[in-house]
Design a protein around this ligand. Structure first.
Ligand code: T1G
Length: 699
């Protein structure tokens, strides 16, 4: 067993250093090593004070998440007990925090008598993102050391704070100037010289100050929309309420009770699944992650429309110079104006300062001339979704761009290998599929062409990290992963309208399930005309079903494109929407034309047909190797389509409820929906194999 905690002394001060790369996670071995060193320091009569610090690039990333679900989490010394022991130290115990201190890592520091951090420190309790709450005293010590408001914000949002805020709130006692260890040793000596006492949170009560009567309930109301469907945030609040009402020991018991209520839940499993899925998505089979990436210093975007402008903003936000190419002066001016407008909205909301807006706009340079792209290291095409239009762009880029420049397409459905074939450098061509609004949505589908070079893939993953996106590497097929899974999900929603469901019922069932928006509202937002264009490009694949999204085709023919025209599946008056009797009548008429017998549709049928066909398509995508792993499909739908993170994604949800009921339901609808069921409800062979073998999607 390698030693993951180091012990040394400097004069009369013991230094205990966590040394468990990459993030000093507090697995059992590290906890045991820490307790041994701590007890050694306490027993050593030559030691008057103890420093707890760390090796590596950060202080501590918290409990070892990989241990959850095993007995190691609670094997003595469990983290809560370890923090309680540090709390009762007989000698001044000082935490010296360099870099990030998260979760159990910050809780260790909160149990110390004093805290010093470096200026770059970030301190947070992100357990809520794992479906948990701080379970080693964080909900009890943070309100006492800082204040209730900061504790509520940090613990329910999971967002870290910086050194300055930590010092001003009392969370840390000092911010180090220069070398952290030297400053911490000096601080420890200062404490000894001044005979500073050991301190315990047990002696502190939470300063309720002038908190209004309804303070906690008002806070609940304030986060209700953001935390809709989540279980852990309420537990976080209850634990902090306990800190205000109970002595420390009882408060810690209440925290442990609430932590255990969260630990073994589908939501905690779902969110932890996504945590590891995000990291696994950076591992691309057959691509050595150590492959040197290309240097990206200058970016260019072709097309200054909504997508091109949004994509450009990502790079300006990351401090990377970006050129925006449009061939028409007025279109370029509009594009730049829209970007400035977006930044000014952020500034008005206090998210950006005027200076930051200026800095970003300075990095953005418009141009009408392809030759200006000659120095670009990465060019992203974001023009009209037509193969011919893209052919012209890529043939031109192939002529003007320097050797080694990466040529990317933002296409959402077209064949990337065909696009690569428009150039003499297919190895340099990749898909970077952003989701609208491109400067907001975190998902980035990285489309790997047959000839895309490994270093281009590694570079694209690095670029995604730089611009704070969640990258998922996908293969080439119609719609890649996200839009391909969307297709059956949306097809069922349209078909259910003809069979007797209403837009309001369908959207309600799916938003109650947790989707950010129902499919029909989503189509009204995206534009029924957009969907029509996509269908036009693939009538051969869908022509055998005369009912296929026919209601949307009819709306298109009526010029009802959704929100943009005030009418689509709903009628829109300002921000309000309501059922459209004419839409309901149109559904009835089409059903009559097609001989579809209308009937009462249960909410359960709506949910199963939409969600299980989504799952089935994900299984098919996995089986074809278009996605590397089930977590990739989950990341796509959580980060690109509003699937609830607390369900972990479509395939995690299937794993949680069991693949067998999913398969049975698909087979049931295949039987019960006549020719339509025969046509579309074909179980994926992978789903059938996994059920037969008693396995899950997530291995
Ligand atoms: N446990 C186990 N593995 C972890 C880990 C953790 N806490 N944090 C990171 N890893 C792995 C990660 O999977 C990846 O592995 C590698 O380390 C590098 O991570 C009782 C219950 C710290 C900001 O939620 O936010 O404490 O893919 O790529 O970008 O109250 O990791 O290389 O095999 O993310 O530099 C609370 C989670 C735990 C923090 C570093 N803590 N980690 O980011 O590296 S619960 C968290 C992060 C808890 C207590 C409760 C980030 C980071 P691999 P990385 P990074």
């Amino acid at each position: 067993m390698t030693n993951t905690v180091r012990y040394r002394t400097r004069g009369r001060i013991a230094i205990i250093s966590l040394d468990n790369p990459p993030v000093n996670a507090l697995g059992f071995q590290t906890r045991a090593g820490l307790r041994n060193c701590y007890r050694q320091a306490l027993a050593d009569e030559t030691v008057d004070a103890i420093l707890l610090t760390s090796e590596g690039r950060l202080f501590c990333g918290g409990a070892d998440i990989a241990e959850f679900g095993t007995d190691l989490t609670w094997r003595d010394p469990a983290l809560p007990q370890l923090c309680d022991e540090l709390e009762d130290s007989g000698k001044p115990l000082i935490a010296a925090i360099g870099g990030m201190a998260l979760g159990g890592g910050l809780e260790l520091a909160l149990a110390c008598d004093y805290r010093i951090c470096d200026a770059s420190a970030r301190l947070g309790l992100p357990e809520v993102h794992l479906g948990l709450l701080p379970g080693a005293g964080g909900t009890q010590r943070l309100p006492r050391l800082a204040n209730v408001g900061l504790a509520l914000d940090m613990i329910t949002s999971g967002q870290p704070i910086g050194a300055t805020e930590a010092a001003s709130s009392g969370l840390v006692d000092r911010v180090a100037e220069g070398d952290l260890l030297a400053a911490a040793l000096a601080f420890a000596q200062e404490l000894l010289d001044s005979d500073a006492p050991v301190r315990s949170c047990a002696d502190l009560t939470v300063d309720m100050g002038q908190l209004p009567e309804r303070y906690f309930n008002d806070f609940r109301a304030g986060i209700a929309r953001k935390t809709r469907g989540y279980f852990a945030p309420e537990c976080c609040i209850q634990a902090i309420e306990a800190a205000c009402e109970l002595p420390l020991a009882q408060g810690l018991e209440k925290e442990r009770e609430l932590f255990n209520a969260c630990l073994d839940t589908p939501q905690a499993r779902a969110q932890q699944h996504l945590f590891f899925a995000e990291r696994a998505a950076n591992r691309v089979p057959g691509v050595d992650p150590k492959t040197p990436a290309r240097s990206i210093r200058q970016v260019a975007i072709v097309g200054a429309g909504t997508m091109g402008g949004g994509i450009a903003m990502n790079f300006a936000n990351a401090g990377i110079p970006v050129k925006l190419l449009e061939l028409k002066e007025d279109a370029l001016a509009r594009g730049l104006a829209q970007i400035r407008g977006n930044y000014e909205i952020s500034a008005a909301r206090g998210r950006l300062t005027e200076r930051q807006v200026q800095e970003r706009m300075t990095l953005l340079q418009g141009t009408l001339d392809y030759d200006d792209l000659a120095d670009a290291d990465l060019v992203i095409e974001a023009v009209f979704e037509s193969l011919e239009v893209k052919r012209a762009v890529f043939e031109k880029l192939d002529q003007v761009c320097k050797p080694g420049a990466i040529l990317a397409s933002n296409t959402s459905t077209l064949d990337l290998d065909r696009i690569a074939s428009f150039t003499r450098r297919p190895g340099d061509v990749i898909g970077l599929h952003f989701f609208s609004p491109a400067n907001v949505m975190r998902l980035l589908e990285i489309v790997r062409g047959r000839q895309t070079a490994d270093d281009v893939i590694v570079t694209a993953l690095n670029v995604a990290r730089t611009i704070r996106k969640v990258p998922v590497v996908v293969g080439v097929c119609f719609g890649f992963v996200g839009n391909r899974m969307l297709e059956p999900y949306a097809r069922e929603a349209h078909r259910l309208l003809l069979e007797g469901a209403t837009p309001a019922q369908i959207d309600r069932v799916l938003t109650d399930f947790g989707l950010a928006m129902g499919p029909l509202s989503m189509y009204d937002l995206a534009g029924i005309d957009v969907g029509f264009m996509v269908r036009e490009s693939r009538r051969d694949a869908i022509g055998h079903d005369p009912s296929y999204n026919l209601i949307a085709d009819r709306l298109y023919a009526l010029g009802r494109y959704g929100q943009k025209t005030g009418r689509g599946f709903y009628i829109y008056e300002g921000r309000d929407k309501r059922e459209d009797p004419e839409l309901l009548a149109l559904a009835q008429t089409i059903a009559g034309e097609l001989g579809i017998e209308r009937r009462e549709i249960s909410d359960r049928e709506v949910l199963e047909r939409c969600i299980y066909m989504l799952i089935n398509e994900g299984a098919q995508i996995l089986d074809e190797g278009i996605a590397c792993r089930s977590g990739d499909c989950d990341l796509v739908w959580v980060n690109g389509y509003g699937f609830p993170a607390w369900r972990g994604g479509p395939l995690q949800y299937a794993d949680e409820i069991g693949l067998e009921p999913v398969l049975e339901a698909i087979r049931h609808y295949r039987e019960s929906l006549g020719s339509y069921g025969e046509m579309w409800f074909r179980p994926s062979p992978l789903l059938e194999r996994l059920v037969a073998e008693g396995k899950r999607f997530s291995c």
